[in-house]
Write a new protein. Sequence first.
Length: 435
Amino acid sequence: MWEIISNPVTLSVIVMCVLCLCKLNVILSLLVSAMVAGFAAGMGPGEIMGGIITGLNGNGTNAIAYLLLGTFAAALAQTGLATMLAKWIASVVKERKWILLATLVVCAIISGTIIPVHIAYIPVLFPPLLVMMNKMKMDRRQAACVTEFGLVAPYVTIPLGYGVIFQGIVAENMTANGMPIEMIEVWPHTIILGAGMLVGLIGSWWFFRKPRDYQDISLEGISLEDEAIRLNKDHIVSLIAIAGVLFGQLYWDSMPLGALLGILIMIIGGAVKLRNSDGTIAEGIRLMGMVSFIMLIAGGYAYVVNQTGAVDTLIDATLAILGASKVVFVIVLIIIGLLITMGIGTSFGTIPVIALFYVPMCMKMNMSVGATACLIACAAALGDAGSPASDSTLGPTSGLNADGQHDHIWDTCVPTFFFYNLPLAIAGFIGGMIL
């Protein structure tokens, strides 16, 4: 057991979580944690930093995708389409908090399936709704939790939009490591994870039901009291651009290309003026730049961890103490997955790392393909549903903290960790045992 605790992976993740809980910036926490992993494995400072720089490309595709999607979201905001949606939501919701919460869930689900902008819509849509949330005395931790469910549960369980990408990565890496499976065969084995998250959604909805007071802080350029915005040409072009983003992502299997196509449609259609394109891109960087940089650094962290060879050591140490107990094996596997994905913070980016040792270990324990797929998806989702470095926790914070009254760690990460990571771990255990 001491070999597991003293493993560079374990030590670095513990350091990262402690630093983030002490409110050190996530990027600095990841860099320090990478140094801890490297030093624990006997690497020098120059070698560690070189590894971090080399590994930046690991999440490069996702980083540029989020920058382009942020630009696309900024362009949509300029047309007034997001404000129109916010006003429509306000007119439907009125004083009914449960309808607003249900709407937030639906918007999050749509953002990962039909309109694949992921978290890029949050900094645009949420700020206009904060005043309404304040009037309801809604606990923003409740809003963070319901949004988290809508962002994560669909791609784990539905083979559409981001689900195609996530489940495709699971299938590709399982096949590459000696356990063949098709993408379309993954979701029947991961739907139990969605059921676990649904339990967490209901629990968070009930737990944070009590009123919570916030100050009414006016945000520049944001109001729900102005006269209604009528549908115009720019809005129609924006809707066509949204369809273009979906088409581009599915046709080319590329988030960056889909986002770029959407931006070009808006420029060609006149919804975004050429003379304003610099401002639009600058706003997109403001919306999603921090998330993109965190993902890049997370890629560097992952590279350093792989270079230490600590993952292989962790496998050997784990198998040495597990024996033949399937129950203990599944529990330890989930704990290891949690440690790794909490540090890296992205479910998509951690699957290759997880599959490297999950598949061989599951094969040695005669686990089924379905159980292995469930455990890999569970471990990956754990990194999205509570890690300070996850885009799915950074996203809700970016919108709910528009007026400076929502803390990333204590109001987003800690609540989502308890209400989603724990049910996910339990669901993953059940899936590993029965599939």
